[in-house]
Design a protein around this ligand. Structure first.
Ligand code: 13P
Length: 326
């Protein structure tokens, strides 16, 4: 059992203050998933260089993959690296899709400053009860909590849902009141993974349900809202992957102009995982195909890292609007 540590001793912050500023300022904080060194270096470099607050996001699967103690030290290293780059940016360490009280507790005890408890697949009453239990424990440690109402379709690590269920605006006020959550993830048409929409020939991506978002905002004015499943699945990466031996036909994501519109509302956190995975895969495939005798991981992972920095800067500057807000 690892030692108990507070996020405050690691130089991290919870999400309360940065969400308030983001809602007031009409932009969204990026939440980038990571599970290895190069991804973390890229996130920190891009966010420091664009002066953007950032949420480093870890799923249960990533935690199992990277080892919880290793992750704690990586987060500490990330904070230190940002400082040494000469700009202090707010950094949150967040559990993505926590599925039990015990997991949230364990993350809080190992230095996370924010957790998500995802009870969206449970009955409403059970979701409320589980979320409340996590909030009580988290708030005693000044850790912020994200809850979820409505179900997103798609696959993300251990989170799988065939069909989406839109958030019911009539539930949000009661849920926020009863649970005491600090932010709420809602379902308005985004989905997890690289295959978000099944489009027939000539069909375009259906717009997000901004009407549901507006109804939610009306019920909980100024309350921080979160969008999961918000990768755009950039066609240039899918094309590179297919060109260099991959097979990702039919991959499609949420158009960036839709996300820009959402970021200008009470949506203050936008989750991006798949876009980073695609950038890395595209560049590793391209590098290895073009340099068949190369066997130094620094070469192909370095190429992937460079691309990831470019992608994250682009997201912060032109999609989320978080650049310059640190
Ligand atoms: P994407 O699969 O669209 O990147 O969504 C990631 C996410 O929502 C993490 O919780």
């Amino acid at each position: 059992m690892a030692d108990v540590v507070s996020y405050k001793d690691l130089g991290l912050v919870n999400s309360r203050e940065i969400f308030r500023k983001a809602v007031d300022g009409g932009y969204a904080i990026p939440a980038y998933n990571f599970n290895n060194l190069e991804q973390l270096q890229a996130i920190i470099t891009a966010c420091v260089e664009t002066r953007s607050p950032v949420i480093l996001q870890i799923s249960k699967g990533a935690r199992n993959y990277a080892n919880e103690t290793m992750l704690r030290y990586m987060a500490t290293g990330a904070v230190q690296m940002a400082k040494e780059m000469g700009v202090e940016i707010p950094i949150v360490l967040h559990l993505d899709h926590g599925d039990s009280f015990e997991l949230c507790q364990s993350c809080i005890e190992s230095g996370f400053s924010s957790v998500m408890i995802d009870g969206s697949h449970l009955s409403y009453a059970d979701n409320v009860a589980l979320t409340r239990q996590v909030v009580d424990y988290a708030h005693a440690h000044d850790v912020t909590v994200e809850g979820e109402l409505g179900v997103l379709a798609g696959i993300e690590d251990e989170v799988v849902a065939e069909k989406s269920t839109y958030t019911q605006p009539d539930e949000v006020e009661d849920f926020v009141k009863k649970t005491g959550v600090d932010s709420l993830a809602i379902s308005i048409g985004t989905s997890h993974g690289a295959y978000k929409f099944k489009l027939k020939e000539g069909e375009s991506v259906p717009p997000l349900r901004f009407d549901i978002l507006a109804e939610c905002q009306k019920r909980i004015p100024g309350f921080p809202i979160v969008l999961h499943g918000a990768s755009s699945v950039l066609p240039e990466y899918v094309a590179l992957i297919n060109q260099y031996g991959g097979k990702m036909d039919g991959a499609v994501g949420v158009p960036e102009d839709q996300l820009r519109k959402a970021a200008a509302s009470a949506v203050c956190k936008i989750n991006i995982d798949s876009d980073g995975r695609l950038a890395v895969t595209a560049k590793v495939r391209e590098y290895l195909q073009n340099n068949p005798s190369e066997f130094d991981p620094r070469k192909y992972l370095g190429a992937a890292r460079t691309e990831l920095i470019r992608l994250i800067k682009h997201k912060n500057e032109t999609v989320l609007g978080s650049a310059g807000k640190a």
